[in-house]
Each structure stands twice: as structure tokens, then as C-alpha cells.
Design a protein around this ligand. Structure first.
Ligand code: TYM
Length: 322
């Protein structure tokens, strides 16, 4: 079994990325897993090249600081030739309607001056990421499951049209914190690219800032502290965050607090404690550029080598070179 997943350097990594994804990757990982920084995906909207480069480094450091082994990580653009080739083959396996139906595409395209074609085809590149490495399981948060479904469909369609080349992957989701919500607006998910940072706890925020953000979280005027995600989304979000940090259930925790202030203090302290070691190791790694560069180069060579056989077979079966 190979698990594979990634994080896009479209902004600084946040608590949602950590609880819903990175922490699980580090904890549940096994020998064949691969995790990468998907910098090609960050190009689907307007971006700044030097910021992209520095965010990619930062996220590589975050993955390592979270405990993912150095021989399990790589940066996506180091495989741009292989992924570009496979992506084209898969684009020619995917219908326009399938790509246009992706919820994330519709949300992100909405209100953008120029909708890049890459924003539409990005889930196909994501399928290439997954299929190139022959991943069997893809651990993601809820927002990415539709993309993994597309990867499954494309793999099956290619296999039945041209012959068995791809392993058909499946998405695996976190039991709690699969969707951490914005603290200022609990109806939208915590996101790297949100303009207003007040509701987003970044992994590298200093502890005082984390406390301030949690203490200002939007809740409601109800008297009772109960876990009711549909009617009390702000409260449910705080309970889920605390539950994920301390490894318990949100319903159980709700019983133990009698005021919002008391609960928020507990959430703030749990989040600060959860992030402290991660923050310290990330900053340490960012201080040693040589080590990061070496890890990155070795990861690229390994991932390229692992994907070579799948790419060659796919090209051959599709009637191309080889
Ligand atoms: P990205 O960078 O948006 O998110 C990285 C991971 O974090 C999870 N996540 C969340 N989980 C809980 N609550 C939140 N608020 C929250 N926000 C994000 C995401 O579900 C994800 O698991 N396209 C992908 C990266 C990618 C990829 C892949 C993933 C590229 N190729 C191949 C798997 C396999 C992305 O942009 O994730």
C-alpha cells in the first residue's frame, strides 16, 4: 500500500491543514508513503513567483517538522516533465463536463477576473500526481475527496480503454477535523488564501497571536454548550479543534465546560501546545538551507524513478513513444 498526499503553497499552512492532513500523514504513515509540496497547483490563480518559491520551502520544512521522514517528501515541480506528460494523457481521458463540475473549480472561478485554464484542469494534474506514483490511498480533507473520485474515474477509464496501467486509488478521510472552519466565519473552511487572517491560525503564528485569534472566535448567543454543527457551527468548530488536539470526542468535551470563555481558553492552550514543537522545528529547518536542498534533490530523484515505469507504460498503451 502506498499513501500519497500533498499541500499546495498558495499561502502559509494553517491549523486545518495540520489537524485534517499533515498530522495524520506523519502519524499514520508507513514505509511506502509519499508526501509532497504541490507548487504547480499554486499557479492556477494569480501568484508571485518569489513568494511561491519561499512558501514551497516553508511547506517542505513543515512536512519534515511534522515528523514525515526525509526520504518520503518531494516538491512537485521537480517532476514537471513527467507530470506534464501524464497530465496530457489524462486530459485526453477526461471530459470537459467532468472537469467543469468540480465544486472547487466553481467556487474558485467565481468572481475571478481571469479564470486560468489550469484552474479547470488542475484536478487532472492531481490525478497525474496520484496515478504516477501508483498510490492506493489518498489521505485528504473533505474538500479534496471529489478530486480523488475524478482520479479513480480516469484511472478506470484509461485501464478499460487501453489496458491495465493504473492502480485505482481511494480517498481516506480523518474521523475528526476533516474540515476545520474559519474562526471568524464558521460557515467557510479555514483556508490559506483567505484575505482576512483573523480567523485563520497559521502554523507559524506566535503563541500570543494564536491565543488572540481563538479568544475572538465567533460563536453564538445560545446558553447551552452542546455539539450541534448545523445550528451552532462556531461552537462545534471549537469543540472539534479541541477534540482533535486532545484526542477525545467533541460531544464528550461539550459536557465539561459551562461558559464560552472557559472553553475558548482551553482551546487556545491546546492549540498552542499542539503547534509549539512543530513551529520550533520548522524554524530550525528553515535556518539550514543546505539540508533542505539536499532532502529536496534526493526526494525528486526517488519520485521520478518510481514514476518512470507507470509513465512509460501509459505512453506506450496510449499509442505514443516507447
Ligand atoms: P491543500 O493545500 O488545499 O490542502 C492540504 C490538505 O489539507 C486539507 N485541508 C483541510 N483539512 C481540514 N480543514 C481545513 N480547513 C482544511 N483545508 C485544507 C486538504 O483536504 C488537504 O488534504 N490539491 C491539493 C493538493 C494535492 C494533492 C495531490 C492531494 C495536489 N496533488 C495529490 C492529494 C493527492 C490541495 O490543494 O490541498
Amino acid at each position: 500500500m502506498t499513501r500519497l498526499s500533498a499541500i499546495t503553497p498558495s499561502g502559509h499552512a494553517h491549523l486545518g491543514n495540520h489537524l485534517g492532513a499533515i498530522r495524520r500523514w506523519a502519524r499514520e504513515g508507513s514505509a511506502g508513503d509519499l508526501y509532497f509540496v504541490s507548487d504547480l497547483h499554486a499557479m492556477t490563480v494569480s501568484y508571485n513567483p518569489s513568494r511561491l518559491r519561499s512558501l514551497s520551502r516553508e511547506l517542505l520544512a513543515v512536512l519534515l517538522a511534522a515528523g514525515i521522514k526525509p526520504d518520503r517528501v518531494f516538491v512537485q515541480s521537480d517532476l514537471v516533465r513527467e507530470l506534464g506528460a501524464l497530465s496530457w494523457v489524462l486530459e485526453c481521458t477526461c471530459s470537459f463536463g467532468e472537469a467543469a463540475r468540480m465544486t472547487q473549480f466553481k467556487q474558485r472561478a467565481d468572481g475571478q477576473g481571469m479564470v486560468r485554464l489550469g484552474l479547470l484542469t488542475y484536478p487532472v494534474l492531481m490525478a497525474a500526481d496520484i496515478l504516477l506514483q501508483g498510490a492506493t490511498e489518498v489521505p485528504v480533507g473533505q474538500d479534496q475527496t471529489q478530486h480523488v473520485e475524478l482520479a479513480r474515474s480516469l484511472a478506470r477509464r484509461f485501464n478499460s480503454t487501453f489496458g491495465e496501467v493504473f492502480v485505482v486509488p481511494r480517498a481516506v478521510m480523518a474521523p475528526t477535523a476533516a474540515r476545520v472552519m474559519d474562526l471568524s466565519d464558521p460557515t467557510r473552511k479555514m483556508s490559506k488564501s483567505t484575505q482576512d487572517n483573523a480567523g485563520v491560525v497559521f502554523l507559524l503564528d506566535d503563541p500570543d497571536l494564536v491565543r488572540r485569534k481563538v479568544m475572538r472566535a465567533v460563536t453564538d448567543n445560545e446558553k447551552r454548550l452542546e455539539y450541534r454543527p448545523t445550528t451552532q457551527p462556531g461552537l462545534a468548530n471549537l469543540l472539534e479543534i479541541l477534540a482533535a488536539c486532545v484526542g477525545r470526542s467533541p460531544i464528550e468535551i461539550a459536557d465539561e465546560y459551562s461558559s464560552y470563555g472557559e472553553l475558548k481558553e482551553a482551546v487556545a492552550e491546546a492549540v498552542v501546545a499542539e503547534l509549539a514543537p512543530l513551529r520550533a522545528s520548522t524554524l530550525e529547518l528553515l535556518d539550514d538551507p543546505k539540508e533542505l536542498d539536499e532532502i529536496r534533490a534526493a526526494g525528486a530523484a526517488r519520485a521520478r524513478e518510481w514514476g518512470r515505469h507507470v509513465l512509460e507504460s501509459a505512453l506506450r498503451m496510449a499509442g505514443l513513444s516507447g
